[in-house]
Design a protein around this ligand. Structure first.
Ligand SMILES: [Zn+2]
Length: 390
């Protein structure tokens, strides 16, 4: 080991040589262990600094720090590295499949590969259709089943095979590394890959979205992460299926039936509610008091919305013929009142607006309206009975 590099937060180890891959080109850095004098130091990330040194990050809870010059045995977490390599190689296939499906204007515009997921940003002017997503996924999985060889070789930049994708704005040295997948996908790339496409296992596209105007993002899982993704979905489907008492293939049909039944019940419920409201207006009209030629109804009722109170008032006045209807209801924290006056009642000097204004003030609020109809209320629903019947 050459030296220990300390920053404000972290401690890094630098070795004269290392099998650890430092985060680059969107590929996550390796993790693993550095065994020094019998003690295994956990390496939780690997990055490169500006001068090109590979920094092996020590776990934050590492109490010991090895001395400069000690000999270390480095071991990369191979399982994780292989999972990253699957996602990385899948990226090459996705890039190829997108260009095949959407056109050669598709250009990688940012990417990130971890053991769990691959993110691929690219230039394209619109959202991918479900059919296009299926096609991309299908194309990639076909190539995985093909088990094609993944070859990496170095060559002069000027000598690279025709059709090799290099990225504008990226600086390449004289000698570049070409990664060739099955002879159909060629890119300049310095990351770690599987040796045949079959090792990827399978891929699933998890999501497609826009991250900026003209830039789309695909999220993909490969290998074990893809199996986990499918297993999770299957568990959800099985759970829904068991609640619907339907097998996976019958869930949609069963759900349609349940939704149709729900719509039917809602229709029936509405009819019952209308009947009940009609019964209530009948009941209220029957309790009207007669003064001269006019009938008067005032009552506190229970309804679930201001509109229902208004509808009920209209129905009661219809049944009365000529008269005055005043209704109040507590709706949550508020008291709502409505008043209706028939033409003869208005002629006799009754005004819905005035009635509601007075009642609302007593309920700690405001309200008013026209002579024939007014609506208002206040913040003290507890006073409703006293105010309306009083
Ligand atoms: Zn690559």
């Amino acid at each position: 080991m050459l030296e220990v590099v300390r920053t404000e937060k972290d401690t890094f180890l630098v070795f004269d040589r290392t099998p650890f891959y430092a985060e680059m080109g969107g590929q996550a850095g390796d993790t693993g262990t550095a065994t020094i004098d019998g003690h295994a130091f956990q390496i939780v990330d690997t990055i490169k600094d500006k001068s090109g040194r590979v920094l092996h990050k020590l776990a934050a809870d590492s109490k010991q720090v090895p001395a400069n010059g000690s000999t270390a045995k480095l071991a990369v977490d191979v399982v994780r590295r292989r999972a990253i390599a699957r996602h990385h190689t899948a990226e090459h296939l996705i890039h190829w499949a997108l260009r095949k499906t959407l056109g050669s204007h598709v250009r990688q515009a940012g990417t990130h590969k971890t053991a769990e997921r691959m993110r691929f940003d690219f230039a394209h002017f619109e959202a991918l259709t479900p059919a296009q997503l299926r096609e991309v996924e299908q194309l990639v999985n076909e190539r995985i089943l093909d088990n094609a060889k993944v070859a990496c070789f170095e060559t002069d930049f000027d000598q690279k095979p025709e059709g090799t994708l290099a990225f504008f704005g990226e600086k390449y040295g004289k000698v570049v590394r070409v990664v060739d997948v099955g002879g159909y996908s060629r890119e300049l790339c310095g990351g770690t890959h599987v040796s045949t496409t079959g090792e990827i296992g399978l891929i699933k596209i998890v999501s497609e979205s826009a991250i900026a105007a003209g830039t789309r993002r695909l999220e993909i899982v490969a290998g074990q992460a893809a199996l986990d993704f499918i297993a999770e979905r299957e568990a959800v489907l099985a759970n829904v299926g068991s609640q619907l008492s339907a097998g996976p293939l019958d869930v949609a049909k069963k759900l349609d039936a349940v939704l149709a039944q729900k719509a039917d019940l809602e229709k029936k419920l509405k009819a019952f509610e209308q009947k009940a409201a009609a019964g209530l207006s009948e009941e209220l009209a029957a309790k009207a008091t007669l003064k001269g030629d006019l009938k008067f109804v005032s009552a506190v009722v229970s309804v679930d919305a201001p509109d229902a109170l208004r509808t009920l008032g209209t129905q009661v006045l219809q049944k009365l013929g000529e008269g005055v209807v005043v209704l109040g209801a507590a709706l949550g924290e508020k008291a709502t009142v409505v008043a209706f006056c028939s033409p003869a009642a208005i002629k006799a000097g009754h005004q819905a607006g005035k009635i509601v204004n007075e009642l609302s003030q007593k309920l700690g609020g405001k309200g008013g309206g026209k002579p024939d109809f007014a609506m208002g209320g206040g913040k003290e629903p507890a006073k409703l009975a006293e105010v309306i019947q009083g």
